[in-house]
Design a protein around this ligand. Structure first.
Ligand code: GRF
Length: 202
């Protein structure tokens, strides 16, 4: 299944998806990487694997709608059937989300529904959480609100800082994102019309 990855920065989750997709039995292939930031590190990383990687900067367009239209045109040109958001720092419009309903997924660094939004590690520590983690979910209109596909818990250590905790959560992200993408590509999980994730295996 052809997949496009949308990034804004470092692209380590993108890298994990690319690495997994190089295995012959992986059901998805990364055909395109698109960044809204021209200087995103992930673009060079993707090109290193021979993957088409393009910047579509928001600043080049007058409106959010025109920017999204350009992203959609690039996704269509690449033949992407699934869209994976990997540190894409832009809230997508309802039209965009509807177009890819059940075919667009996101990785988030918390055990949703706890801590949607930014600064999740700081907030988990401030709340005294003993367990934190990460979530892959289908993308819906609300930020970090879509139905959950996969999660991995990470224990909080007494001496964790936001940085040390973020590092262990990131390692978990790199494990579950390829797993979740494979589940979606194989049709082992799907988003129902009433907006739930329906798992048919594992
Ligand atoms: C990850 O923590 C991801 O969960 C969050 O943004 C970060 C992106 O990191 N949405 P990277 O660009 O994948 O390295």
């Amino acid at each position: 299944v052809p997949v496009a990855v949308l990034i804004s920065g470092r692209g380590s989750n993108m890298g994990a998806l690319i690495a997994a997709s190089l295995h012959t039995d992986f059901p998805a292939r990364i055909v395109s990487v698109i960044s809204d930031k021209p200087n995103a590190k992930g673009l060079e990383h993707a090109r290193g694997f021979g993957i088409e990687a393009i910047a579509i900067p928001r600043a080049d367009y007058d409106s959010k709608a025109e920017h999204e239209a350009a992203v959609i045109a690039a996704l269509d040109a690449a033949g992407a059937k699934i869209v994976a958001l990997a540190g894409y720092m832009r809230l997508l419009s309802g039209d965009f989300v509807t177009r890819y309903a059940g075919r667009m997924i996101n990785i988030h660094p918390s055990l949703l529904p706890a801590f949607p939004g930014l600064a999740t590690h700081e907030r988990a520590l401030a709340a005294g959480c003993r367990v934190h983690g990460c979530t892959v979910h289908f993308v819906t209109e609300g930020m970090d609100e879509g139905p959950i596909i996969e999660q991995e818990p990470v224990r909080v250590e007494h001496d964790d800082t936001p940085e040390t905790l973020a590092q262990r959560v990131l390692e978990a992200e790199h494990r579950i994102y390829p797993l979740a993408l494979a589940m979606v590509a194989r049709g082992e999980v799907r988003m129902t019309s009433d907006g739930r994730a329906q798992h048919s295996r594992s």
